[in-house]
Structures are given as C-alpha cells and as structure tokens.
Design a protein around this ligand. Structure first.
Ligand code: NCD
Ligand code: ZN
Length: 355
C-alpha cells in the first residue's frame, strides 16, 4: 500500500468482501452495483429457499453474473447452506470443481432465513468430517438460537457450547467465525493455534448498542448478531487494526427494504456496501492505522482462503468537504436504505468516472 505523507490519498490492492448478502431477483439487480469497489465476495446462501446443493449454487452464480452491470468486474465466491441432509459428496465435488469456496452453518432460527439450518450438529457430522478431510472452510453464524439465552450473550454461549467442542472434535476443520461482535469472540480467535479466523463488519466497528437503542430505536442499526456494548466495539477495533491476519473484512451487507426494516417486527440486516470502504478508512484513520487498512481489506482474506490478492489497485482520497451520503437504492421490491455511520464521510473511492 502506498500512502501520501499526509494520508490524503491511499492506494491499496482492490479489496474483497468476505461476507455479503446479494439476495435474488429484483433486489439482487438493485444492490449488486453497490459492491463495485470489491473484486470478489463470499456470497451468503440464505435465500428462500436456501442454496443447498452444488446445482443451486451454480444456478445462483449464473443469476448473479447475469445481473452484473456492464463494466463491473466482480467474482462471486459461492457458498452452500449446510442442512442436516447435506450430501458430503456433493460438497466435496463442488469444492474440487471450484464452484464453491465454503459451506455456511446457520444454527436453525438464529437469523434471517435460517429455518432450514442445523438443529442437531451431530446430524451434520458426516459432511463436517468430509469438509475437514478435503479442506472446505466452514463459515459459522456464531449464535445459539436457544430462547433461554439472552440475545446479547448468544455469541459467547455459542463459542462455549458449540464451536469449542466442534473444533476439539474436528481440529482439522478450517472455520471462519463470521461477523465477530464480542471481545469473547476476538479472544477466542486469538487463542486458537490454527484453523480459525474471523470476519468483522463495518457497523460493529462503528456502533455500540446505545447508538441503536438510546434516545429512540433505530431499526436500520438492527442486525444479527446484535450490536453490543462499547467495550466489545473497542475490542473489535483493536482486532481490526492489529495486523493479525486472522481478522479481515466481511461487511455482512444485508439489504432489506425500508418497509421491512421500519416495522413492528423489523428484519435484521444493515446495507453497508455502498459506504463500506469510506467508513472503514474513517475507522482506520481514527485508530492511526491507515497503513494496516490494506491488510484488513485486501490481503488477509485471500491468504486465509488460499487465493492470490487482487492485482488491481483502488484509490481512496480524503476530501476536505464531507461527501454526500449515497441515496437509498431502489429495487423492484422497494427502496433499501444505506447504512448511516452517524458521522460525515470524507474518504471517497476514486473510480474512473469521478477522477
Ligand atoms: C443477515 C440477512 O439479512 O440475511 N442479517 C443480519 O442481520 N446480518 C443474516 C445474517 O448474516 O445473520
Ligand atoms: Zn450475514
């Protein structure tokens, strides 16, 4: 990464997004351009119905590629949604064919469209064993869905009850703990010797639960795992800027229409893709760590997934005057509001047209 002395301009390898929801149909077409800063993304399989088989993944990949606007260079890295009936041979073949990059574990009931997820991990052991043997990464939504467990404790309890025993049973399994939201998650990853990494979202680096709940409820900040206390946010920030290659960016950009968010029972998910890099540069600047931004956004992820970093470069410029917040994205299903970090954005991605 090249940095001007005053940090007015940063050139870094083009980033990737290691956790992204693109949806399908009209919403897919509407939100895909918002990921234009990213060369590749791990695409979540929680469609309705979910992406369960290699065939589903191939069809979904083709729909994504068909929806790409002219000129957007973007490679979707597909994932399969783990169910208790997933066929180990289908997973192995899809991975060997490079059709999928990973398999995603949603504990049943933990989040949006997770009803077909795993209830009893023992029933998924044959496929997990095969994944460990073949080297297929397991992406984990790390929350228990047990109604007895307080929503703010669900990540820590998941690590203790589910993840630690699973990793003890299958130490060869490569696991990405997705959207880590707690100091407990950060410490657990730091303490692991091998085969464990974690993604961090934009909103969890910026918000604590007061931002969401004090002085009025802000449904656009509601996502899962839920935004936590300040001390957790600070732990996530330290992890992001630490240079530790086990932490990297997964925006978890998750579009829902304004109508679905602003509701008596609003959907979980924050649509951050359009402002992800501007927000991230802001966070790294605040932390005095702009020299580590490229590692977090562009290098650690590919290394973990055994891929080369992107050759292309992307330029971020710090403007004196704040840039305009992008407007809501219109989709055939209705508008989707863009994440508002609550501070003015000064960093701007320079593309061919805005140069
Ligand atoms: C995601 C979604 O909307 O699909 N929502 C969210 O709050 N993050 C699902 C998920 O990743 O948990
Ligand atoms: Zn997600």
């Amino acid at each position: 990464m090249r940095n001007s002395a005053l940090h007015r301009k940063i050139v870094l390898r083009r980033p990737d997004d290691w956790h992204l929801h693109l949806r399908d149909g009209a919403v897919l077409a509407g939100v895909l351009p918002a990921s234009r800063d990213f060369a590749r993304a791990i695409v979540m399989p929680n469609l309705v119905p979910p992406v369960v088989t290699a065939r589903d993944a191939a069809a979904y990949r083709d729909r994504i590629l068909a929806a790409l606007p002219e000129g957007q260079r973007f490679t979707p890295l597909m994932t399969l949604y783990l169910t208790e009936g997933t066929d180990p041979s289908d997973v192995e073949a899809a991975f060997r064919d490079r059709l999928i990059a990973a398999v995603k574990l949603y504990p049943a009931g933990a989040t949006t469209n997770s009803a077909s997820g795993v209830r009893d991990l023992d029933r998924a052991m044959p496929v997990l064993e095969r994944m460990a043997a073949v080297g297929v990464p397991l992406l984990v939504h790390g929350e228990v869905s047990d109604p007895e467990v307080d929503i703010f404790d669900r990540e820590a309890v998941f690590i203790e009850r589910v993840l630690a025993p699973l990793r003890a049973r299958l130490p060869e399994l490569r696991v990405t703990l997705e959207h880590v939201t707690t100091a407990d998650g950060v410490d657990y990853i730091r303490g692991a010797e091998t085969n464990l990494a974690g993604t961090l979202t934009i909103q969890h680096l910026i918000l604590n639960r007061n931002h969401m709940l004090a002085g009025g409820i802000r449904p656009h900040y509601y996502c899962l795992p839920i935004i936590k206390r300040e001390h957790h946010r600070l732990a996530l920030r330290r992890a992001a800027v630490s240079g530790d290659p086990r932490f990297f960016l997964g925006t978890d950009s998750a579009p829902h229409t304004v109508a679905a968010k602003e509701s008596a029972c609003g959907c979980a998910g924050v649509f951050s893709a359009p402002v992800a890099l501007a927000c991230l540069a802001h966070v790294f600047e605040e932390e005095g760590a702009l020299d580590r931004l490229e590692g977090f956004a562009s290098l650690h992820g590919p290394a973990w997934y055994g891929l080369a970093p992107n050759d292309e470069r992307l330029t971020l410029v710090r403007r004196e005057t704040a840039i305009d917040m992008p407007p809501a994205v219109d989709t055939g299903d209705g508008p989707v509001a863009v994440f508002d970090p609550g501070f003015p954005l000064h960093w701007q991605v320079i593309t061919e047209d805005s140069r």
